[in-house]
Design a binder for this molecule. Structure first.
Ligand code: ZN
Length: 85
């Protein structure tokens, strides 16, 4: 059985607190976010790359994404901030 594809998601919690969760779907990301943070999830958006703060570490590699709110909308990380160096 092939393992499901993991993506990073930007979770917005009540109070406009954001965090990154790795999961296989938006629904699973919302569940993980609620469990790991103990807060009400108000929004889930797929991220092009992991971002900080990360609540779990299922997607390998550093947290490339510097502006997750913008990148989740755009669907990609711009060259301006997609490098962790
Ligand atoms: Zn980004």
């Amino acid at each position: 059985m092939a393992s499901p594809k993991l993506d990073s998601y930007w979770i917005t919690f009540r109070g406009n607190i954001g965090a990154c969760v790795d999961a296989t779907s938006e629904a699973q990301a919302a569940v993980y976010g609620a469990e790991l943070r103990g807060l009400i999830v108000t929004r889930v958006q797929r991220l092009p790359n992991p971002a900080n703060p990360r609540l779990n570490f299922l997607v390998p590699g550093p947290a490339y994404c510097r502006t997750p709110g913008e990148c989740a909308k755009a669907g990609y990380c711009s060259a301006r901030h997609d490098c962790a160096s």
